[in-house]
Design a protein. Structure first.
Length: 250
């Protein structure tokens, strides 16, 4: 069973199926993840409470309605269980993989083949490549590990941990219409702290931190102005004058 083809095919079905609502899709994805954890077995047993927690479904009636709908609409086969100690059985229907076997059971022959090219007692990768020059998949499934694609999982992720100069901060504040008064203060404050948080952790994204900085300081300024206004009004109410006309009604 091809993980990517299955998802692409089922998302295409979602697009054209107007009967579905977000709860149906959320429950299907929770079941798909459970299927993945069971190495895409022909069928598997599920726990209703766990599925409701993963799919963010708060009502048992909603859960039963959605899983029954998915069964009726031929997204899966649902075999309910009346035994509280044995979960219901699910069989996920395969889409978009007609050129591959329907069942995703793990084949022990593949384990033996992987052991031939990469023995378990030799953790190093690529020490003895095969004679034909082809690369051998170096990762072996462990207990509880899902058989999923690892393509493009090793792309480097670029994080802008701190700005290169004050000008970069000023430009960012200008582009985002943030108060430029805080830009220099923000840069100098964290530059003096080597771009670390108060608990010594390295800052991961200075742009997100800058937005939080402006919001926090703006809120503090408004609160400070409000307190000053209230104190000033209180003082005005306490002022007295010697020329007061006591004939006026209170």
């Amino acid at each position: 069973m091809n993980y990517i083809k299955q998802l692409n095919a089922v998302f295409e079905k979602f697009y054209f199926d107007d009967r579905l609502n977000p709860t149906h899709i959320s429950l299907y994805m929770a079941l798909f993840q459970e299927w993945n954890s069971n190495r895409f077995a022909k069928d598997f047993f599920v726990n209703r409470r766990d599925l409701m927690r993963v799919a963010k479904i708060g009502s048992k009636s909603t859960y039963h309605r959605c899983v029954t709908d998915l069964n009726s609409w031929e997204y899966l086969c649902y075999y309910p269980s009346n035994n509280p100690y044995k979960g219901s059985k699910i069989k996920m229907l395969v889409f978009g993989t007609s050129d591959e076997p329907d069942e995703g059971q793990y084949d022990p022959k593949l384990e033996q083949l992987a052991e031939h090219y990469h023995p378990m007692d030799n953790p190093e990768i690529g020490r003895h490549p095969p004679n034909n020059g082809q690369a051998v998949y170096s990762q072996r499934p462990t207990s509880g590990q899902a058989l999923v694609s690892t393509i493009n999982n090793n792309k480097p992720i670029k994080h802008t941990k701190h700005p290169n100069s004050l000008k970069e901060v000023l430009d960012f504040f200008n582009d985002k219409n943030l108060d430029p008064e805080y830009a220099k203060k923000f840069f100098e404050y964290y530059e003096a702290r080597h771009w670390q948080t108060s608990d010594g952790m390295e800052i991961r994204d200075w742009r997100a931190l800058a937005r939080h900085w402006v919001e926090k300081n703006s809120l503090m300024r408004k609160k400070r102005n409000l307190n000053n206004s209230q104190v000033s009004q209180f003082r005005d109410n306490l002022r007295t004058t010697k020329n007061k006309d006591y004939g006026q009604p209170l």
